[in-house]
Write a protein that binds this ligand. Structure first.
Ligand code: F6R
Length: 369
């Protein structure tokens, strides 16, 4: 049932192009408009939404962090994202104009379930983004947008994460479409770019051998740091989470701009630091800033592992290892940038002799608080 792969995780990483395509299937019509009729929240209610609050745990929380950038940029609706386990205990401000989005692969995560129950008690509408048909979270929500990743068996989430991102982009674009947004043209362009992602993920997967080799060479290290900016910041957090849970290494993700406020003190000779470089087009300020961050850490001895899009030559002089990803619009980059980090963590775990599909102390679905 592992389809010829040694681990479910490898199989599920390889299934990502299909998972992404399946999650888009039937949700975009020939004119490039979104047809999310399955989200049975009336248009009027969506037009009245004045705040979006996203709740989730772990990897799904990272998808939510990325969704915030997309929702605020495309819809101009203020969006908060919060760990489900923190949300309920701080008396959050919720009312019927608040749209709460609960993201969960399993649909059974107790913290997320308790957060959505709390939101509904306050009169907010809850939209679930979920991978498991008929599970508790979608059953208790007002509406659900299913991700079509297929069953995810490995404890570490991979294909579910990519499809959660796709679902979040669809919701953001749909909100923009229903409410009307000044980004009308951009939305059509993004829909076209989303349609290309599956094939781009496929291309990333074809070029992973150097990443595996690099991972094996780092098996004796204690620490790996991850840096990113903008949507690359949650990608850095996700890369670090994968490494913690699979390789049992000290791994931390930082917003690159925070380096000088503390973390740069951690940099020492030959410390591996993975840097997610934002798309070179459009956001040149962000891009230039991260190139200086790479220079800063390298000057202090870091071994830089740079993830940058094809054709970005500015990073070449500062990259000890360069991992290429296809060019995408900035907001969509996490869909391709996360993939090498999954492969990296999986290979490091294997090299360290760890059980990839069943990391110690973890369960696939966390049904206790
Ligand atoms: C990490 C991982 C966990 C889950 C988290 C939420 O690889 O799998 O962090 O993302 O436990 O689970 P769901 O999405 O089922 O609510």
């Amino acid at each position: 049932e592992k389809g010829g792969y040694d681990y479910f995780m490898l199989k599920e990483i390889a299934e990502q192009p299909k998972a992404v395509a399946d999650t888009l299937l039937g949700r975009i019509d020939a004119s490039g408009s979104l047809t999310l009729d399955e989200v049975r929240i009336p248009g009027q209610a969506l037009r009245e939404v004045d705040k979006v609050v996203i709740v989730a745990c772990g990897t799904a929380f990272h998808a939510g962090m990325i969704a915030k950038y997309a929702i605020e940029h495309w819809t101009r609706i203020p969006c908060e994202v919060e760990l489900a386990s923190e949300f309920r205990y701080r008396d959050p401000i919720l009312d019927p104009q608040t749209l709460v989005i609960a993201i969960s692969q399993s649909g059974e995560t107790m913290d997320t379930l308790m957060a959505l129950r709390h939101a509904r008690e306050q009169g907010s509408r809850v939209l679930a983004i979920c991978n498991t048909n008929g599970s508790t979270i979608p059953r208790e929500s007002d509406a659900v947008l299913y991700t079509h990743a297929g069953p995810e068996v490995a404890v570490a989430s991979t294909k579910a994460f990519l499809t959660q991102l796709v679902a979040c982009y669809l919701v953001a674009l749909y909100l923009g479409q229903v409410r009307g947004t000044k980004w009308g043209d951009e939305i059509h362009a993004v829909v076209r770019d989303l349609a290309k992602i599956s094939e781009q993920v496929e291309r990333v997967l074809e070029t992973m051998e150097p990443v595996r080799e690099l991972a094996r060479s780092l098996a004796a290290k204690d620490t790996v740091l991850f840096l990113g900016r903008h949507v690359g910041y949650p990608v850095a957090l996700e890369g670090a989470l994968k490494l913690k849970e699979l390789a049992y290494m000290h791994a931390e993700g930082f917003a690159a701009g925070e380096l000088k406020h503390g973390p740069i003190a951690l940099i020492e000779d030959d410390l591996p630091v993975v840097v997610v470089v934002p798309s070179a087009r459009g956001r040149s300020v962000l891009h230039d800033k991260i190139v200086s961050n790479i220079q800063e850490i390298r000057a202090r001895g870091a071994r830089t592992i740079v993830i940058a899009e094809e054709g970005d030559e500015t990073v070449v002089p500062y990259a000890d290892h360069l991992i290429r990803i296809p060019a995408t619009p900035t907001l969509l980059q996490p869909l391709v940038a996360t993939v090498p980090l999954q492969v990296f963590a999986c290979e490091l775990a294997t090299a360290r002799g760890n059980e990839v599909d069943q990391p110690r102390n973890l369960a696939k679905s966390v049904t206790v608080e």
